[in-house]
Design a protein around this ligand. Structure first.
Ligand SMILES: O=C(O)CCC(=O)C(=O)O
Length: 284
């Protein structure tokens, strides 16, 4: 049974000041191991549910082994990933931290940084959300490995959730300088960025605001760094009437901005309601 997590008053205060907050022991050891065991099959195209994830950016045998490997919406392909990212308590924490009455899953990420793999550019998640209204996300990033600064852990810029939203960064995967866009945004904000590498044990989470600048440098250590990420949005979110996401606006129905719960499930609401199909899907 996975531990149930909650946000304390102190954690709420830290989040409001810093734009991120660490919550230890979100996954127990069994779940950490079950999730790690899914990485090789998922990235080689073995999908338990028979459904391909929405994005599968690195394929075994096709892509450069030095790139960070990423899948988006692994929950559609695999029920272990689903059992993590669709957790009610995780989205309840996202909702509490942002004072939302409910939360939906916007998308998940499965991220694998083997030893020697390259950086992901520092960015703000909200730069990529102009296809939804309100165009903002709130994220729970969970590590499946003990993290170290030299092993490509996630890094956050303290207080940067208070900066304006910048445009999408020039190069997300394997940029020459992962801090390039961040430095420009910091200069515009008149701030010297305070970059915090997250060093925590496997199973720990960090919740971050959609405007908080973050990224990860190359993994120059000997061990992999693997993560599962739940990106939530307000339960009231709908599609933007004309801005599109090349991948996710495929789920928009003509003549409507409504988000269908089959694709963007309501994972928490203060009335206790979740999308009706979730429990059966998770038990299947
Ligand atoms: O795990 C990483 O390296 C980056 C993850 C990320 O960008 C996110 O969780 O929003």
């Amino acid at each position: 049974m996975a531990p149930q997590i909650q946000i304390s008053k102190d954690q709420q205060t830290d989040f409001e000041r810093d734009g991120f907050v660490i919550v230890p022991a979100v996954l127990d050891d069994t779940t950490v191991q079950q999730a790690r065991d899914k990485f090789e099959p998922l990235f080689s195209g073995q999908f338990d549910t028979g459904i391909q994830p929405d994005e599968w950016n690195w394929r075994d045998g096709r892509d450069n082994p030095a790139l960070t490997r990423q899948i988006c919406n692994g929950w559609k392909a695999d029920r272990i990933i689903a059992s993590i990212v669709l957790r009610q308590d995780i989205s309840a924490c996202c909702a509490q931290l942002r004072q939302w009455r409910s939360a939906r899953l916007n998308q998940d990420n499965v991220i694998w940084k083997p030893p020697g793999s390259k950086a992901l550019g520092f960015h703000q998640d909200d730069s990529y959300q102009d296809w939804i209204v309100p165009s903002e996300m709130m994220t729970c990033w969970i590590t499946l490995d003990d993290t170290r600064a030299d092993q490509g852990t996630i890094e956050y810029v303290k207080g940067s959730h208070l900066w304006p939203v910048s445009p999408p960064i020039a190069q997300f995967h394997a940029p020459d300088d992962p801090l390039d866009d961040l430095h420009r945004a910091a200069q515009a904000a008149g701030v010297t960025p305070d970059i915090v590498p997250i060093e925590v044990s496997a199973g720990s989470a960090v919740f971050h605001h959609g405007r908080t600048w973050h990224g990860s440098r190359a993994n120059s250590g000997q061990a992999p760094r693997r993560s599962v990420v739940a990106h939530c949005m307000s339960g009231d979110a709908c599609f933007h009437s004309h801005n599109t996401s090349s991948i996710y606006s495929r789920y928009k129905m003509h003549g409507s901005v409504e988000m269908n719960e089959s694709f963007f499930p309501v994972t928490y609401s203060d009335s206790g309601q979740r999308s009706a199909w979730l429990e059966a899907y998770l038990q299947d």
